[in-house]
Ligand binder design. Structure first.
Ligand code: FES
Ligand code: FES
Length: 159
């Protein structure tokens, strides 16, 4: 039997009737059509499905949408402020912290969380903090540089 769900996504309230087995990532991608959140493994290993739920990074393939009931979700589409990129997005752009871009939304969402928890993270701590996110293009050096640039605050955020 389908059930109602209500949550806030990128500042907007969304309500739907869903299969109680629906994953949060399915809801985001298939119901809301916010396809910036990717599915790379479906087994909580790659991190490409990372979003923020109530201010914490979560792997949206490893939880049900009903577990986000009443919560506040931010996806990669909700990070920028109008024409102004989030500093982490701008840093990835400036440092070429991506190749094919598949891992990038999840990587950015995790990196935002990382610096929120540890603004002065060392290079080693950045590497360890992102170990739940896999880049199949193996562009880790520039990803770390991107996080460090964001950390420095010397990044241009205008599109
Ligand atoms: S799709 Fe969620 S961790 Fe890979
Ligand atoms: S940029 Fe291709 S998977 Fe990371």
């Amino acid at each position: 039997m389908n059930v109602p769900v209500s949550l806030t996504v990128n500042g907007k309230t969304v309500e739907a009737i869903v299969d109680p087995r629906m994953l949060l990532v399915q809801f985001i991608r298939e119901q809301l059509r916010l396809t910036g959140t990717h599915v790379g493994c479906d087994t909580a290993q790659c991190g490409s499905c990372t979003v923020h739920l109530n201010g914490r990074a979560v792997k949206s393939c490893s939880m049900l949408v009903l577990q986000a009931q009443g919560g506040e979700v931010t996806t990669i589409e909700g990070l920028a402020q109008g024409e102004e990129l989030h500093p982490m997005q701008a840093a990835f752009r400036e440092c070429h912290g991506l190749q094919c871009g598949f891992c990038t939304p999840g990587m950015v969402m995790s990196a935002v969380q990382l610096l929120k928890d540890k603004p002065d993270a060392t290079e080693q701590e950045i590497r360890e903090g992102l170990d739940g996110n896999i880049c199949r293009c193996t562009g880790y050096h520039n990803i770390v540089k991107s996080v460090q640039l964001c950390q420095s605050g010397k990044v241009t955020v205008t599109a």
